[in-house]
Each structure stands twice: as structure tokens, then as C-alpha cells.
Design a protein around this ligand. Sequence first.
Ligand SMILES: [Zn+2]
Length: 254
Amino acid sequence: MPIAENIYRSHDYKFLIQRWRKICQSSGLRMQKICESDNYPCFEISSSVLQNHDVIYLSAGIHGDEPASSLGLLKWAESNLNQLSSFPFLIYPCLNPWGLENNSRWDANRTDLNRIWKDPQNILIAYILSRTNNLTFKLVLNLHEDFDGQGVYLYEPSRGGKPSGIAANILRASSSIIACDPRTMIDGRKARNGIIRPRPTNPPKDGFPEALHFCVMHRCLTITLETPSEFDFLLRINAQSAMIEKAVSIFLQG
Ligand SMILES: [Zn+2]
């Protein structure tokens, strides 16, 4: 049965992977099964031009109750087939398939997979750490949602000095879809116009997240996008897709 390209299903992992298979067939991307996690197959997607430097790393779905992250990434990919085949992308479309299917932040063992990047007890995260160990990155983009969110926002770890303007540029790409979160404190951290600039020396107390791992170990620009998960589903997908498109285009030009 043909798949309607403008239809999304929020917690259907098989459907998500089917759509990625189609993208890979059309764009020449490589789709590789890495492992089984909680009895679900996990996949890595890479461009044929992938080398060990200047990689653009995109990941989504580490928290299963944040489905517009995986579906926004899917939408972006379906609209950018040419780009996908021409640039060095390394993509993890869903890091927590059990969580996606069960609408759960955690995996089947009640582990928050975004807190174990220092000492991973999860086969997929352990694989990604060794897979990426010798790579250098142009951009790392981690996609999330927040049930307290009142708009879109992002984390751009502070490296000292003035903000580059990249973060504001990315948020602006969503402004006609979902405006930026007006809160001045988000998740216990100061926010300004939807931008949080945490210091890498001040990690969350309950563990080590994916973004911090890349920021500290690879010293690359790492951005975490957040859409408000209580907002309309299609708006969130469109907001994620628009911000991914902007972030990637900034780095492909630069
Ligand atoms: Zn999350």
C-alpha cells in the first residue's frame, strides 16, 4: 500500500522506519541495522559521502514521549533528498523505539537514555559512542520536546564570549509556525528569547546527556532543539523540520 507522505503517526515505529527506507532508496543513503534494543531493531542512516571529518550528526527520539522530534526529522529528510545524498550526514532517526511505541520518556528498563552517555548500559548508545569516537563534527543536533514548553526553545552550550547568532537564526525559522518560549527560566536554567546557554561544567545532576557528551568530548557545536509537546502535533513537526533545515543550511554554507 502506498504511504501518504503528508500523514504522520505519532507512536508507530514500524511506520517511521518504513518511511526512512523509502528516503534511503530515493536518495542513496545507507540504512544499517545496528542492534536490537528492547526487542526493536535500531538503525543508523549515513550518506555515501560520509568521511571521518565535518560530519553533520542528527538524532531524535531518545525520549519516546517526544514524537515530533523523530517525525520532524523525517519530514525534513523527505523534503531534502538532494542534500542528503551530497553531504556527510550521520543520522539516528529514533534512539528509543520502545519508548516511542509506549509513549515513554524512558526505555523498557526505566532508564533515561539521555543521562547515560558517560557509562552507557544500553547497546545502541554504547555503539554510537564507539562509532563516533574518531569522528569530527561540523554540527550535532539533538531533537527533543518538552511537555512544559510554551513555545520552541533550544540549548546552545556556552563557550564563553558573545552568542554567535546561530541559535537566534534557527529559532527564527520556526517563528511563523510556533513562536519562541517566553519563559525566562526553563528547567531551572536562565533562558532569553528561547535560548538557554548552559555551561558544560554544569551538567544535570542526574546524569550525562548526549549533547554534553558531544560538546565536551568532541568540542563541536551541539544544539538541542525543543518543541512544546502539548501543542498541535503537525505544528510541532513543521517547527522541528523548519529549524533542522535552517541549522543544516547554516553549516552547509559555512
Ligand atoms: Zn527530551
